[in-house]
Design a protein around this ligand. Sequence first.
Ligand code: ADP
Ligand code: MG
Ligand code: ZN
Length: 494
Amino acid sequence: MTTEPVVDGRSAALERYEAVIGIEIHCQLKTVSKMFCGCSTAIDGAAPNSHCCPVCLGLPGVLPTINKAAVEYVIATGFAIEAAVAPTTRWDRKNYFYPDLPKGYQISQYQLPLAANGRLTFDTSEGPFTVRVRRAHLEEDTGRLIHDELGGRRVSLIDFNRSGMPLMEIVTEPDIRTAEQARRYAEELRLLIRAIGASDAEMENGQMRVEANVSIRPRGREAFGTRIEVKNMNSMRAVERAIAYEIERQAVAIDAGETIHMETRGWDEARQSTYHMRPKEEENDYRYFPEPDLPPLLTSPEWLAEIKARLPELPAARRARYREVFGLSSYDADVLVNDAAATSLFEATLEAGPGLSPKHVANWVTGEYLRLAKAAGNGGLVVAPEMAVLVKLVADGIISGTNAKEVLAEQFATGRSVSSIVAARGFEQISDAGALGAAIDTVLAANPAAVADYRAGRAAAVGFLVGQVMKATRGQANAVMVQTALRERLGKAE
Ligand code: ADP
Ligand code: MG
Ligand code: ZN
């Protein structure tokens, strides 16, 4: 056993090593039924072992049938990452013993995955980066073991509800070099999978599981080092932290003369470090062989064309549309597209207010809305029709930008309508020329000294007069109109 290295992200060793990273992602697909049987996938919160049948319990003599929707989700994902979709794919048995795997094997895809050789491009702080995706395939999930205490005894319980749930596995080439690139890859893939509707891909509840294979090599050397598999990261932040930790841990270990052995390590969120879980299985331990109970799956050109035609607008295309059609900055397009709630609020606001400037709407969504949503820990009540009303009130000069922020905050907190908040708070600006004219006349009559100052050439006096009009109207006068009207009047000879 070795002593724990000091890993603080600043090790001098890091400068001499380069990391090589490959990512494996499992996503629970959003189908109605399980992968090879008719059991419902609505297992969240269900009583243990309430969503099982002889097929997903692995009883002898049963036959699996293929879930078409699951296959379509993987093919759609394949198209979205520019992968080649195989005309014929096969199912294989991955054999191993574990109590959560009732058949003693998992049905997966080995030599002929549904999709292969794709790529995904995304932005990083150092510019755009492309990762090659080796494969995307389908498999079934295992059951879940629960280690607990019953009547003072330590017991292990098994819940087979998750057994046979459809999983898509997506594996990259070892193209990634930094922890940030790895996180960004996973974020972009999650966005894409959500856009397709293949999975909700929430990491906190295991719908999306990210595993990182990490090795390091001296800078300038071509051959890869021995990789370590890291799992149990339950947020994107954890993915980046775990990889950064692992890179440095390996650098410190190698510098201390240690040899890296293949192993699976877990991320400990509380300690912000990785720990040894088990030595890594060799590939041939699984003794893959073709699944005899399922025929090869043929993907006809017509079927593929149909799936391709159904693809929604993907994140990259949406960003490009926001830039090119709406004239948004790259930054705004990114912020909008990278947050699903912001995307839908932006799109729905434009729909609710067809005449609005997309730039104005983008400003309010990326600025105030996201600020409020973040402060509230997500969620929030801004609905598009209200946002549309607010942006229009500001654009028409009916309320000031400063007051509009208060209105939005109150709308967000209470759900009340923008117009009722504006009315209740008396935020409506006086933009009516007649009403403004009367207020200005009163102020001019009451401040002859300032008027004289202005006419004597002291232009700054107009600021004082504007202030008096604002005061007289309790801040509701349209300040720009007041300025113009004052100048017009004062410029005239008596
Ligand atoms: P397994 O299925 O046993 O985990 P794979 O060969 O499928 O192994 O590789 C899993 C992941 O590990 C892939 O994403 C691959 O790019 C990555 N990988 C392979 N070799 C290395 C390495 N030396 N360093 C880092 N990642 C690697
Ligand atoms: Mg692996
Ligand atoms: Zn079943």
